[in-house]
Design a protein around this ligand. Sequence first.
Ligand code: MN
Length: 254
Amino acid sequence: MRILIANDDGIDSPGILRLAESVSDLGEVTVVAPHRERSTAGHSLTLHKPLRLWEIKPRYFAVTGTPADCIYMGVHEVLKGKPDFILSGVNAGANLGTDVHYSGTVAAAREGALLNIPSYAFSLVSLGDKRPLQFEMAARLARKVFLETHKATFPRHTLLNVNIPNLPEKEILGFEITRQGFRFYANDVSRREDPRGRDYYWIGGPYKGYEPGPGTDCDSVQSGKIAVTPLTIDCTHNEFYTTLKSSRYVTDTF
Ligand code: MN
């Protein structure tokens, strides 16, 4: 089995190192990851400037690009062919609900899904306490979820988004297949003045909670379960599509 591993926290982050170790006995594991943190990079590709790639140690490659770049380079340059699986993470922090649109961790798995490679995104979710993130535990559970699900037939363009609560292992109540929920953040903009008298800004506010709904990834993690959400690439809203399609908005005589 050939496994390609990426992340968005960077090649030196504990999550990716623990994840690579936890699956090392399952086959040939290759790590291709950003040389520095690229969290919230989303699914961007670096098309307008050069990338550098270097081997840090055997089968661990750093790339000066985004998480999606790493999958692109990993498949087409390092492996020169598709691996059997792509694993992304383990991310330091949640990728629940709407986070998936900003997440570099999920984007790396989505880049794999675009190539029809069965792909996973793993994230470790702090439940608002001060407990340090338990990456070793998360990587062990990521391996378990992988072994339980990897024989499933992944339909075209799909990935599994896995969120693991950062609880003591004995308090984690197994895993649950979930759907994408909705998280809220404060929309903060802080304006500051730089030493030369010009304004600069920091955007992004703290997490403010989630829309409750049974069966969502947010609910599942909050209740101490590992949330496994199948995601796909086609973002069409089918109901809205049908309404618009059959409505007076449809016109070719504009
Ligand atoms: Mn991250």
